[in-house]
Design a protein. Sequence first.
Length: 365
Amino acid sequence: MENNEKKASASSKLAHCLVLSYPAQGHMNPLLQFSKRLEHNGIKVTLVTTYFISKSLHRDPSSSISIPLETISDGYDEGRSAQAETDQAYVDRFWQIGVQTLTELVERMNDVDCIVYDSFLPWALDVAKKFGLTGAAFLTQSCTVASIYHYVNKGLIKLPLTGDQVFLPGLPPLDPQDTPSFINDPASYPAFFDMILTRQFSNIDKADWILCNTFYELEKEVIKESEQSKLPENFSDETTQKGLVVNWCPQLGVLAHEATGCFLTHCGWNSTIEALRLGVPMLAMPLWTDQSTNSKYVMDVWKMGLKVPADEKGIVRREAIAHCIGEILEGDKWRNFAKEAVAKGGSSDKNIDDFVANLISSKSL
């Protein structure tokens, strides 16, 4: 038994996975967590991001994580999308330069067996197939949101939306405001609409694996420095006895702290799944993209929190927030359920084991 484990460990270390993220924090975080799981299972992992994003990353000297970082170019090495004339120009340029620089990276490393790529970057699969590598698409958003996008892509949901509700297999009835913002308001961000609704699915059927940032039991059916000027004068000083305002914090550590009783969140998928994983009740205030759909599930499906109601002008009042906080602090129904799903032997754990086993067996052929 011990010899077999040593052999499996030795062979698995031969398998090398490039993990490529779309250059945004909400995409990098789940792919980093996935990379850590692969490394824990003995797979050699290299995390890949753009040159501009890499300049803002700093390795924690106390961390035991040994995952190396490599870079490619999105064509805008000094400012990412802010450097581009339009969002569409950024997406198009990234596709062109991304293919070129990812190809150069694979050629230089010369030992890559698999590319796990953010589904927002489908051209990475073309690079993988060019070199005869395994290609795995990673959907960073929820399966629910991905399925809604898929139905739109296949023409099964017609835009603009008509009627009072959207009815889809396996999903609760959705009001238009419960759907992702790209669905409810298709003209809001045309470049991202094209990337998410069209390009994302352009070749996904050719991927060897489709990995989802979720677990079966869950879906079986930062204030920025530039925002400081928006705070009232002396706000931080006057609220020191009531709270703390920071530019950034390690969210996982905060959510895991025993003193955290409620999480006021926009319901981005990473924040949602982290809160579920740690059993923290949520107070949902969705803003755009997938957040409205996620908040619908938080309140009506998982019953893990409340959505703060807006008034007739679409403004969320402090009284409404205070009322919801009072209600939500009493609820902890989903704490044990969420923890069990990602525990050893849970669905997430088993599916990663299957992916690792397949990667190892492919390497030995």
